[in-house]
Design a protein around this ligand. Structure first.
Ligand SMILES: *Cc1c(COP(=O)(O)O)cnc(C)c1O
Length: 369
């Protein structure tokens, strides 16, 4: 084990430590741990922060996607179009709902799903599109909404990397039937464990989600439909409530760090994300070092940075349709996603990263030949 001098991220509570501790103590003292006042309050507060009428807490972001699809009546026999470049959990959630993921390639400019590829993938069985707001940047929602309305498809937005992100001024999660969020510790709003939520402005859909996450119960011990057990617990809800008021400031810090990277990396031999998008929340700052012939420049760059104690990660190394787990459901040729998987490298970016650390990372990237 090496101990990088600039770690990829830092998850220990810092300026919010006292508030997080108070939230934990409050829940411990209450003696109430599942589906109680903290979850109720967090759902109200997160819905308001997200610009949606309702939020429904879940056990994690994957379940949030799967339950949103199920609540829309999507399941066995249905096809759901999603991107080839994301965390594999996006597509696993489609499988969990019982539907078949169909993969569309990405548009190179923002590495999110290509609306034209979505259009080409529609069949009579297609019921929904799950765009992913990858790395914190909204997908091309205007064009995706046009494809959806032309074919009467539902949209479930995967917002797991995009808390508070906007697309041309509109909040992610509010442009389709529902938006799914994750509060996995590394996300822009993270719990100290797993957590997730679905936002929607469709009250009936929200009511159904409240049942589905809790065993399909309408009243206690009365199970109306085969739901699952996927609840945000009181401890995590209380921690998220303690952190939510800081999310806007953390997001501004991420944006300012991304701006500083852009400036500092000018002239370096990597591609930085194109033109600043004001709605981007920079869950990740992803540069690209594409392969040249047999030369794996991304691996060389990652090794070069590692040798200087700088930890980086690859999001993601394998296009989802090429995952063995997808062999039975959705193989597809997505050459642009495959090329991105060979080129992308995520540099350290989190609200606690200092200006000096960022300068050190940028200087190390400049040294890369
Ligand atoms: C994290 C993530 C998920 C899964 O969320 P979990 O809470 O880990 O289940 C799904 N999609 C994307 C894009 C993610 O980043």
């Amino acid at each position: 084990m090496t101990c990088p001098s600039i770690p990829f991220t830092s998850l220990v509570p810092r300026e919010d430590a006292a508030d997080v501790r108070a939230a934990i103590d409050r829940v411990v003292a209450s003696g109430w741990f599942v589906l109680g006042p903290e979850v109720d309050a967090f759902e109200t507060e997160f819905a308001a922060a997200s610009g949606a009428a309702r939020a429904v807490g879940t056990g994690n972001g994957t379940d949030a996607i799967a339950l949103a699809l199920r609540a829309l009546g999507i399941g066995p026999g249905d096809e759901v179009i999603t991107t080839a470049l994301s965390a594999a959990y996006t597509a696993l959630a489609v499988l969990m709902a019982g539907a078949r993921p169909v993969f569309a390639d990405i548009a190179p400019a923002r590495l999110t799903i290509d609306p034209e590829a979505v259009s080409a993938a529609v069949t009579p069985r297609t019921r929904a599109i799950v765009p992913v707001h990858l790395y914190g940047q909204a997908a091309d929602m205007d064009a995706i909404a046009r494809v959806a309305s032309r074919h009467h498809l539902a949209i479930v937005e995967d917002c797991c990397q995009a808390h508070l992100a906007t697309a041309r001024g509109r909040a992610v999660g509010t442009m389709g039937a529902a938006g799914a969020f994750s509060f996995y510790p590394t996300k822009n709003l993270g719990a100290l464990g797993d957590g997730g939520a679905i936002v929607t402005s469709d009250r009936q859909l929200a009511d159904r989600l409240v049942r589905l996450r809790n065993g399909g119960q309408t009243d206690r011990y009365r199970h109306q439909e085969p739901g699952v057990n996927s609840r945000l617990d009181e401890m995590q809800a209380a921690i998220l409530r303690a952190r939510l008021p800081r999310l806007a400031a953390w997001t501004e810090r991420r944006r300012s760090l991304a701006g500083a990277y852009r400036t500092a990396l000018a002239g370096a031999r990597v591609e930085v994300p194109p033109a600043a998008d004001p709605g981007h929340v920079y869950h990740l700052f992803v540069v690209q070092a594409p392969r040249r012939g047999g030369d794996d420049r991304r691996a060389a760059l990652q090794q070069h940075l590692k040798a200087q104690g700088i930890e980086t990660l690859v999001h993601y190394p394998i296009p989802i349709p090429r995952q063995p787990a997808m062999a039975g459901s959705g193989p597809a040729d997505c050459p642009r996603a495959a090329a991105a998987c060979d080129a992308v490298l995520s540099l350290p970016l989190h609200p606690g990263l200092t200006d000096g650390e960022l300068a050190d990372v940028a200087a190390a990237v400049h040294e890369f030949q």
